[in-house]
Design a protein around this ligand. Sequence first.
Ligand SMILES: Cc1cc2nc3c(=O)[nH]c(=O)nc-3n(C[C@H](O)[C@H](O)[C@H](O)COP(=O)(O)OP(=O)(O)OC[C@H]3O[C@@H](n4cnc5c(N)ncnc54)[C@H](O)[C@@H]3O)c2cc1C
Ligand code: SF4
Length: 330
Amino acid sequence: MREFGYQRAHDVTGAVTLLAAGPDARYLGGGTNLVDLMKAGVERPALLVDVRELPLDRVEPTADGGLRIGATVTNSDLAVHPEVRRRYPALTQALLAGASGQLRNMATVGGNLLQRTRCGYFTDVSQPCNKRAPGSGCPAVAGEHHNHAVLGASDHCVAVHPSDMGVALTAFDAVVSYESADGPGEAPITDFYLPVGDTPHRETALPPGALITHVTLPAAPVAARSRYRKVRERASYAFAIGSVAAALTIEDGRVREARLALGAVASRPWRARAAEAVLAGAPADGAAFAAAADAELAAARPLPRNGYKVTLMRNLVVSVLTELAGEDAR
Ligand SMILES: Cc1cc2nc3c(=O)[nH]c(=O)nc-3n(C[C@H](O)[C@H](O)[C@H](O)COP(=O)(O)OP(=O)(O)OC[C@H]3O[C@@H](n4cnc5c(N)ncnc54)[C@H](O)[C@@H]3O)c2cc1C
Ligand code: SF4
């Protein structure tokens, strides 16, 4: 492991200045992803700027009925926050489905959004990988890809984004705010993650050296009846092979509003807008839920060993929506 410096930042401007000053500097949140990647030689920072003492550890209501979540709030604290549980239960469920209690106690909101893919070629520096070493190739396309992308991928990279939290935030139109050397900025989470295209090493719209300061969840009454369901190869302590964050409001037997996002199917949490369009105004029944899933998954381009994901996601979408519709009827 390369020797590195360590500095603790106490204010946002100081953190951004420190990062800009040091070549190869990285922010350090809980370190649960970054430090692992440093041990594997994937990340080789010269300086770590610890952000955990920044005053960004609050979850606060916004004037319009949403929530503002500081970037250093831990995954554990966010999961149990009473307003998150009440207004966005799928977010609580997504957080609690991730990692383990110990990891969630360390992991931060900013770090969770920026965690890197778990593709085995990415974390093995003896292998080529376009994301880690642009232009070196993507061995996963012809190799091990059973948990890789079926939507929105390219020949250059077929990795999936591993965050559970990000899927729920995507369903609820979260906005990511940051501070950079050029001032503050923000991006809706659906634009925050870049399409993979031929630049898989460029993952987000964050300017170089920018610090995520907070995430804002707009008011979303539909989210009060929401669910996150994750399928994984073990019952706990495992990344998703498919997941769904869904919310549904039903009026007179028809869908008034639906939110749907899919996880572990693409390089970013996948907002299922084609499915939402089919659901809008449709009867709240199994046929409409299946039609919605089919509309979204029509764009799926599975690889030889991950076609199971298309069936898995279809069943998952139908099952979660059916469950939510049943709750609405009670
Ligand atoms: C065994 C194991 C199992 C796991 N299982 C799951 C799972 O099932 N589901 C899931 O979603 N996740 C899972 N994780 C991943 C875990 O959720 C992430 O490692 C964690 O959320 C990252 O947060 P962190 O604060 O530790 O980030 P760090 O490791 O500190 O940082 C990650 C990246 O974010 C950058 N960064 C951190 N904070 C900021 C900021 N404020 N602004 C800009 N950049 C920043 C860092 O520079 C780094 O590049 C697992 C991890 C492990 C080790
Ligand atoms: S899928 Fe992406 S991360 Fe995995 S080897 Fe290919 S380029 Fe690298």
